[in-house]
Write a protein that binds this ligand. Structure first.
Ligand code: HEM
Length: 374
């Protein structure tokens, strides 16, 4: 280590001596081949990106969690999230680098890795926890709980302890999804906020009017679909009625908070409100933040998708070194969604001209015409 009197150098600042001595692989005395070195470095690069991603997500979460989220702090949150999204976008090309490893190249050293696997990437699990992935979704993938698998290895090495402690600490933190929900909960809907005495009535009439508008829109949809002959008018009406019921269930969801507030319903109405009236100036930053989260989740799904296609190319459909069914297991993880409401709301959006008119749009900084300004 340099002493405080030495001039800074590039190598000391970046810890290059240590960094470049960390690619020896297993302590079996064998120097890794060029292919194995490649395999180790690509993994390490991903883990370094994960380290930065975790920092950025925590900063975004903290800024969204503030009691009063100032307008000017929203661009900062968006910047953190956009950096994360760009990292995942960029990492897509790293899978192509990984694919320069042919199946036979990998088979040459693969067996000695068993049972080590990316399944044990505790930073990816930490990220899932911090973002707010429901653990039940992992159970549905059919290959045990990766967090428990990491805990079971904690006593075997100092690395295992670090892995377990990192996950335990992350589980005590609030997630970005929770912070986002609390923030959405406070969104003014038709100029009303939760602390206003008449807020429940405003929300109820927002839901009522939205359902009426959707029902009217469905009538014209049933005519269009029915006239095209692919489905009968009755079939179209039936499907649209089902979707109206789904909208109703979505917007009138019963609560999760248990503290007497209608959190889930209000959060969903806020999302629908922001997405529907997204052009209103006061909604510009909220919608940009929501778009940034949708980008992030989409890119994470694409990251997983690209990984699984690379895996299929390199090992086919054989079992993974971690013991899962391999590609089949990984394909199950493509269904994971954290910000489910942000996706669901897209199904129930209406065209602008079919939306209920917003009576107090001036609250959101919108002036309909020059006359109304006068
Ligand atoms: C030749 C290269 C690779 C192959 C054949 C491969 C194969 C696999 C397989 C089969 C699994 C499922 C678990 C198992 O049974 O092992 C898995 C999981 C995983 N791999 Fe890879 N992998 C490769 C490269 C990478 C790289 C470079 C990363 C970068 C970090 C990575 C990250 C992960 C992660 C995070 C998981 C857990 C996914 C989840 O459970 O959600 N893999 N990999």
């Amino acid at each position: 280590m340099p002493t405080s009197k030495q001039k800074p150098t590039y190598w000391d600042y970046l810890g290059l001596e240590q960094l470049l001595s960390l690619q020896d692989g297993l302590p079996d005395g064998e120097e890794p081949s060029a292919d194995e070195l490649h395999f180790i470095i690509v993994h390490q690069v991903f883990e370094l990106w994960f380290k930065l991603v975790l920092r950025e997500v925590r900063l975004a979460r903290d800024a969204v969690s503030a009691e009063l989220v100032q307008e000017e702090s929203v661009p900062l949150v968006v910047r953190h999230l956009q950096r994360v999204a760009k990292i995942f976008e960029h990492s897509m090309s790293q899978w192509a680098v990984m694919e320069t490893l042919t199946p036979q190249d990998f088979l040459a050293f693969r067996d000695k890795l068993v049972p080590a696997s990316g399944f044990q990437s505790y930073q990816l699990r930490e990220l899932e926890i911090l973002l707010g992935l429901d653990p039940a979704q992992r159970e549905s993938s059919g290959f045990g709980d990766p967090v428990r698998a990491i805990y079971e290895l904690a006593d075997d090495s100092s690395g295992g302890k670090v892995a377990m402690q990192s996950l335990q600490a992350a589980m005590k933190e609030s997630s970005l999804a929770d912070a986002l929900n609390e923030w959405l909960y406070r969104t003014p809907i038709r100029a009303s906020v939760p602390r206003d005495p008449g807020d429940p009535e405003v929300i109820e009439s927002f839901i009522e009017e939205y359902l009426a508008a959707q029902s009217a829109h469905h009538e014209s949809q049933a005519r269009i679909y029915g006239s095209q002959g692919t489905v009968t008018a009755e079939e179209a009406t039936q499907r649209l009625r089902k979707s109206l019921d789904e909208t109703q269930a979505f917007l009138r969801a019963t609560d999760i908070a248990g503290d007497g507030r209608q959190v889930r319903s209000r959060v969903r109405c806020a999302l629908l409100f922001i997405e529907s009236y997204r052009e209103l100036p006061l909604l510009a930053w909220p919608r940009t933040l929501i778009d940034a989260i949708v980008d992030l989740e989409e890119l994470m799904v694409l990251f997983r998708t690209r990984h699984v296609r690379m895996v299929e190319r390199v090992i086919g459909r054989r079992m993974g070194t971690g013991g899962s069914s391999g590609v089949d297991y990984l394909e199950g993880t493509l269904k994971y969604r954290i910000f489910t409401d942000l996706w669901t709301v897209r199904t129930i959006l209406l065209p602008r001209k079919a939306l209920p008119e917003l009576s107090n749009s001036e609250f959101y900084g919108f002036h309909a015409s020059k006359e109304s300004d006068a």
